[in-house]
Write a protein that binds this ligand. Structure first.
Ligand code: ZN
Length: 87
């Protein structure tokens, strides 16, 4: 018997989903990146960017905004447990 491997999702790989609507395929994260400053402007280095728990985040499905930590599934479970709800 072979098991079918579930497709990877943002929720399964990164542990993030919208705390408001539950979507995990419409999340945007504000990045910090490096750019070369030239006389004509900046040239962003798309290979070196960073984000963290406090980076701004937004769900394009419902317009919910917050920080990445708000979108962490573990944080959402802990918050529900603290309120006495289902985990
Ligand atoms: Zn949402």
């Amino acid at each position: 018997m072979s098991r079918k491997k579930r497709p990877e999702t943002v929720a399964s790989v990164w542990g993030l989903r919208c705390p408001h609507c539950g979507a995990d395929d419409q999340l945007q994260i504000q990045l910090t990146t490096w750019a070369l400053l030239t006389p004509g402007g900046t040239i962003a280095d798309s290979h070196h960017h960073d984000w963290h728990d406090r980076s701004q985040s937004e769900c394009l499905a419902c317009d919910h905004t917050g920080i990445v930590a708000d979108f962490m599934i573990d944080h959402q479970r802990r918050a529900r447990r603290a309120k006495g709800g289902p985990s």
